[in-house]
Design a protein around this ligand. Structure first.
Ligand code: FES
Ligand SMILES: [Fe+2]
Length: 329
């Protein structure tokens, strides 16, 4: 099989669930970063992510019979109960109880025996910090957005895709103005400016948007904080906020969640048809990119022309999210 990408897994904060899709005392298996993990919410409301396999006999904490909540281990207070023999683990991955043992095995007594991943719950999303060096603490915080928490904005309209590509390849899209014309049939090549600042990047594109009322001059403000968190504000005829979660499942597969919000104001309600059209057009663009992404290879030294965008600049910025790759092929 052809290895399409030399890039390893990038590090950063990655969305693994919307908050409203994990009730208190629910648990389930999640599979990201090429790892098996269990996601649960304690009775107290805290979201926790642990490595999945029980140190006892290796059961997956995210798969069992838990009729009441989800499909994983039962939640008891602030702990998860292994579905196999009921050993209990707290949010730090420390074994809290072996219910049928007279003495706790010294290997697990008061010790962390499962990796616990840093979690931040912000913007209605549960974010997990992934880094290939497990002891590396988070290097920045998840960005918070007023649009995602304010009552003046609608609930998320959710769309999601599983795409056979590496997240860097998707990010490169925004540094590639020419494809907007040929893939997305945007009338002009959008003008593109971007500023990079540490783990963040901010860009403004001026692009025409197709609506039922004809073509409208639009402005798109794109933002990234690391490889996993991206958000976009669309200005034009209607305000739209898009929170994107770009989460690698493995090195060649990416889970993309798009959550759209629009202001609830009356004026905006009147434009509801146009608003929907904008969301539809953005999702259509992703569907148009998908077959290209799923079949292309990564060219470490592409042949570029003077009409191409700042591809090299984008790649240089993205490279900082690899702990163990220098950007060469
Ligand atoms: S395998 Fe988890 S308690 Fe036995
Ligand atoms: Fe695209």
């Amino acid at each position: 099989m052809i290895k399409r990408f030399p890039m390893p897994m990038p590090f950063g904060w990655f969305g693994v669930s919307y908050s409203d899709e994990l009730a208190p005392a629910a648990s389930r298996a999640i599979h990201y970063f090429g790892k098996e993990m269990v996601l649960f919410r304690t009775e107290g409301g805290k979201a926790v992510v642990l490595d999945a396999y029980c140190p006892h006999l290796g059961a997956h904490l995210g798969h069992g019979i838990n009729a009441e909540h989800g499909e994983g281990g039962r939640i008891q207070g602030e702990t998860i109960v292994c579905p196999f023999h009921a050993w209990r683990f707290d949010g730090e991955g420390v074994c809290a109880e072996v219910p049928y043992a007279k003495n706790m095995p010294p290997k697990v007594k008061d010790k962390q025996c499962l990796k616990s991943y840093p979690v931040q719950e912000k913007n209605g999303v549960i974010w997990v910090w992934y880094h290939p060096e497990e002891s590396q603490a988070p290097l920045w915080d998840v960005e918070e957005h007023e649009e995602a928490t304010s009552d003046e904005w609608s609930d998320f309209e959710k769309h999601e895709w599983i795409i056979k590509t590496h997240p860097q390849e998707m990010g490169e899209n925004a540094a590639d103005p020419a494809h907007f014309h040929y893939v997305h049939k945007v009338a002009d090549f959008p003008v593109w400016e971007s500023v990079q600042d540490g783990h963040k990047s901010h860009g403004i594109q001026r692009a025409d948007m197709k609506t039922p009322k004809g073509v409208v001059k639009g402005e798109i403000h794109t933002n990234n904080a690391g490889p996993g968190q991206a958000w976009t504000r669309f200005y034009g005829i209607a305000d739209t906020f898009l929170l994107a979660q770009i989460t690698p499942i493995d090195q060649e597969t990416t889970h993309v969640r798009f959550g759209f919000k629009q202001p609830k104001s009356e004026e905006n309600m009147m434009k509801a048809g146009v608003n929907k059209a904008i969301i539809k057009d953005i999702c259509k663009q992703l569907n148009e990119d998908k077959p290209i992404w799923e079949n292309k290879i990564y060219r470490p030294l592409p042949v570029l022309c003077d009409g191409d965008g700042p591809i090299a600049k984008f790649r240089k910025w993205y490279k900082q999210f690899y702990a163990d790759w220098d950007g060469a092929s």
